[in-house]
Design a protein around this ligand. Structure first.
Ligand SMILES: Nc1ncnc2c1ncn2[C@@H]1O[C@H](COP(=O)(O)OP(=O)(O)O)[C@@H](O)[C@H]1O
Ligand SMILES: [Mg+2]
Length: 818
């Protein structure tokens, strides 16, 4: 497309020239272009032009589809050109080389002899280049844009740039640029119709800038596509190589993904889970087997496949059988077992779980956890224990999202996996020890677990799909109700285990703990005999607890010592078969009977077996003492007796408090002093004692901090005793809140306190009259063994507790000061 210099034709208004309609092409002035002419009208026009000076109008059709364009189908602005060459081709078409000369406007199209169109023209020159610096700057910018455009464009040869820059003048340069920009014909026509040269340059600038943007984008997309193609080809290639290497090494473990897919299909998953799992399989296929993502996917599938979705165990819903199992596992606890059996009976009738979740509440070692296990055994279900002590993070219950490789489902789903069935008994142990902090509230998640309305679609963050917990029997345990969030407590049916009396502990030890510990240590229960009183001595000297945990620990220690003794006395080289009773066989017969004589646990041996007893036998506590009263407390470790000591010395009316006392207990002490002052006369106390006497109240620390108002009457009793010098009966324990005027108010934990009183061996207990009706809940043998005094005033308390009634004329102040 060179542009040989051509002189502009002398064109006058009204000249008529033949019309050569152009399809998809727009010719610009000063541009030479080869054209293929085939349509009859076009050939006629070329012929006519050859006859007349070879000038012809080259004008674009509005639509390339029109075969025989009439005047309305043609634009009104075109270029007059000159035909340089004609060549007839074999197919009847003619190749024409034309050169654009000048822009013209068509005033009229008309038929010429019925063969072709002829146009009447008016000149429409572009005018001369503007001479301003600004115009030149525009030109320079367009030329440099054009250079960039060509460099980005694949089908425009680079020489074009040199050619355009070498053109004679700006006019020719402008048309050369316009001719080379590959844009739609309508756009080219618009360029051709621009009024002046300056405007043409401006148009070209905008057009090129836009086209360059487009080309850049195209380039980028192309590169991206090619880049990703190369990358995936590379990975594919490497994976193939890896497979080949594995095969060569002989550890070709088949197609991982295919195996997993088959496993997913075979597992019988709920539909949404199956879909989710298959999606993960597809993802696994796409990732390199050694990449971290593949590990994440494989772990996930492992979890989905490892969880029970439909597998279940058959329930044994037989109340008689359940009772037998519960009785075999645990001694006593009759009312607890009754409540559990009620639940089982309802399950048998309704066919599913219903009603609130059982919550076993009581001090440590009373058998809450082992009862849960027993319930599972009674129902023929799998048992899982989930310890909630110290769980502060919601994610521990609900799992971590799969954002890192180590993430895992929460404890509930983990337990389900271990259970391998959708209907285990899950014991949520120590719900009262749940924490709560910035990592979310685990109790909220737990609520969802326990709520029958929600737990059929439990949402674990890791699993992402819903998991059905509705078939699980949840049982919870706690040391105290106080630590359980309110919302959770509402969902629970509380069953209290108050703690055991000595007699019960002995029975539990004999029937359960001792046989168990001996067996664990390889000893036959019937080869060890216990001297009467030995067990009692362990209980009193080595344990002080509501449950039997410490007792069991002590018995385990005894069993270990016995096992060692046995090992040392068995002659070397001879198997100690007789001792390993469960599998005692023939030859050791004699040895067995000999050992039965040897292995006797005597009270006198306890010191060598267990060390010095930490608790002195405390019968002496039952002595009458001045200034010492026995209170009853209820703490998280069960009921306890409290020894409250008061001493009075001459001073200035100070009340000193020591021991680990809470604020409420300190207030009780002040209330007790106020009571003593208000009743000083009647009690025979020096009316001025609050000025001339200092009182020192001490409550020995013990293991747990003490608080609460229920020691009020015991404190008051000790104070009155100290001030009057009248001894408090040693066989009396008491509990009750005191008001300033000496009224006695109700307390909590009556059952546990009475059990503790019984355990301590006292024979009388003073309780608030308001609590009297709760006696029905207290084990009957406990109530029967105690003399219980319900009271409503402090005067009543003193009447029972003091050895001799305080006499108004008693020289109390004098004796109190000793
Ligand atoms: N009534 C009972 N009969 C038999 N064994 C008991 C009884 N109460 C507790 N135990 C035993 O005492 C031990 C401690 O019980 P555990 O369930 O751990 O107590 P908790 O969970 O209440 O702290 C266990 O070995 C348990 O079997
Ligand atoms: Mg426990």
């Amino acid at each position: 497309m060179a542009s040989p210099p051509s002189s502009a034709p002398e064109l006058a208004a009204g000249d008529r020239v033949p019309v050569l309609p152009l399809r998809d092409v727009v010719l610009f002035p000063h541009v030479v272009m080869p054209l293929l002419v085939g349509r009859p009208a076009s050939l006629a026009a070329v012929d006519a032009a050859g006859a007349a000076d070879k000038q012809i109008l080259l004008v674009a059709q509005r639509s390339a589809d029109v075969q025989e364009p009439a005047s309305a189908d043609l634009y009104r602005v075109g270029v007059v050109g000159r035909i340089h060459q004609l060549a007839s081709l074999a197919n009847g078409a003619t190749k024409v080389l034309v050169e654009g000369l000048t822009r013209v406007r068509v005033t009229r199209y008309a038929q010429a002899g019925g063969t072709h169109l002829r146009a009447t023209l008016a000149p429409a020159p572009f005018g001369d280049p503007a001479a301003t610096a600004e115009a030149r700057a525009v030109v320079r910018r367009v030329l440099s844009l054009f250079e960039e455009y060509v460099s980005l464009h694949r089908r425009i040869p680079d020489e074009v740039v040199a050619m355009v820059q070498g053109a004679d003048d700006e006019t020719r340069q402008a048309f050369a640029v316009a001719a080379h920009v590959t844009v739609r014909p309508e756009v080219r026509q618009r360029l051709l119709e621009v009024p002046t040269l300056a405007e043409l340059w401006a148009e070209l600038g905008e057009l090129l800038a836009a086209e360059i943007e487009l080309l850049r984008l195209e380039r980028k997309i192309e590169e991206d596509v090619r880049g990703s193609l190369v990358q995936s080809q590379r990975e594919f290639y490497l994976q193939e190589q890896l497979k080949a290497i594995h095969k060569e090494l002989g550890n070709d473990d088949g197609d991982d993904a295919a195996d997993l897919q088959a496993a997913v299909e075979a597992k019988g998953l709920p539909e949404p889970v199956r879909v989710r799992a298959l999606r993960e399989v597809r993802k696994l296929r796409r990732t390199s087997p050694l990449s971290p993502e593949a590990t994440v996917s494989r772990n996930y599938l492992d979890w989905v496949l490892g969880l029970p979705w439909t597998e279940r165990t058959d329930d044994v819903l037989d109340v008689a059988h359940a009772r037998a199992v519960l009785d075999a596992d645990h001694f006593g606890l009759d009312d607890v077992k009754d409540r559990v059996l009620d639940h089982i009976a309802v399950m048998a009738l309704v066919g599913k779980m219903s009603g609130p979740v059982l919550c076993l509440v009581g001090p440590p070692g009373v058998g809450k956890t082992s009862l849960g296990r027993s319930v599972a055994r009674a129902l023929g279900r799998k048992f899982m224990r989930v310890s909630l002590g110290g769980v502060r993070d919601e994610a521990e219950i609900r799992g971590h999202r799969r954002t890192y490789i180590g993430s895992m489902p929460g404890r509930i789903v983990q337990a389900m996996r271990k259970a391998e069935a959708v209907n285990p008994v899950i014991l949520l142990d120590e719900v009262d020890k749940l924490g709560q902090d910035y990592r979310g509230d685990p109790s909220a998640a737990l609520l969802e677990v326990l709520d029958p309305e929600q737990n059929h679609a439990f949402n674990d963050h890791y699993l992402e799909v819903d998991y059905d917990l509705s078939q699980v029997l949840f049982v919870t345990t706690a040391n105290s109700l106080a630590g359980i969030p309110e919302a959770l407590r509402d969902r629970m049916e509380v069953i209290r285990l108050a703690g055991y009396l000595d007699g019960e502990k002995v029975a539990i030890a004999e029937r359960h703990l001792i046989p168990k510990q001996l067996r664990l240590n390889g000893l036959a229960p019937d080869h060890v005999s216990w001297e009467p009183g030995a067990l009692q001595a362990i209980l009193r000297g080595y344990t002080r607890e509501a449950g039997v945990r410490e007792l069991e620990r002590r018995l385990a220690r005894v069993a270990r010592k016995l096992a060692r003794k046995l090992a040392e006395t068995t002659p070397a080289g001879l198997p100690a078969a007789g001792s390993l009773a469960d599998h005692a066989e023939g030859p050791a017969e004699g040895a067995g009977s000999r050992q039965a004589d040897e292995l006797v646990v005597r009270a006198a041996d306890l010191k060598s077996l267990l060390g010095t007893a930490p608790h002195a036998d405390d019968d002496q506590r039952l002595d009458d003492k001045v200034g010492v009263a026995t209170g009853l407390a209820y703490t998280t470790v069960g009921g306890e007796t409290l020894e409250i000591e008061v001493s009075s010395v001459a001073g200035r009316g100070k009340l000193q408090l020591t021991g680990t006392l809470g604020d409420v207990m300190k207030e009780s002490a002040h209330a007790a002093v106020s009571y003593a002052r208000s009743r000083a006369g009647a009690l025979g106390i020096d009316a001025e004692f609050h000025r001339v006497t200092d009182l020192h109240l001490h409550i020995p620390a013990g293991a747990t901090p003490k608080d609460g108002p229920s020691a009020g009457i015991a404190i008051a009793t000790a104070i009155v005793s100290a001030l009057t010098g009248v001894a408090v009966r040693g066989d009396v324990a008491m509990t009750g809140e005191i008001t300033l005027r000496g009224r006695v108010l109700a307390i909590g934990g009556l059952k546990e306190k009475l059990v503790a009183a019984r355990r301590a061996g006292v024979s009388r207990v003073i309780i608030p009259a308001e609590n009297e009706r709760e006696l029905d809940d207290v084990p009957a043998d406990v109530v029967a063994a105690l003399r219980i005094h319900p009271v409503s005033s402090m005067d009543d308390v003193l009447a029972v507790a003091l050895r001799q009634p305080a006499r108004p004329d008693a020289p109390g102040a004098a004796r109190a000061a000793r």
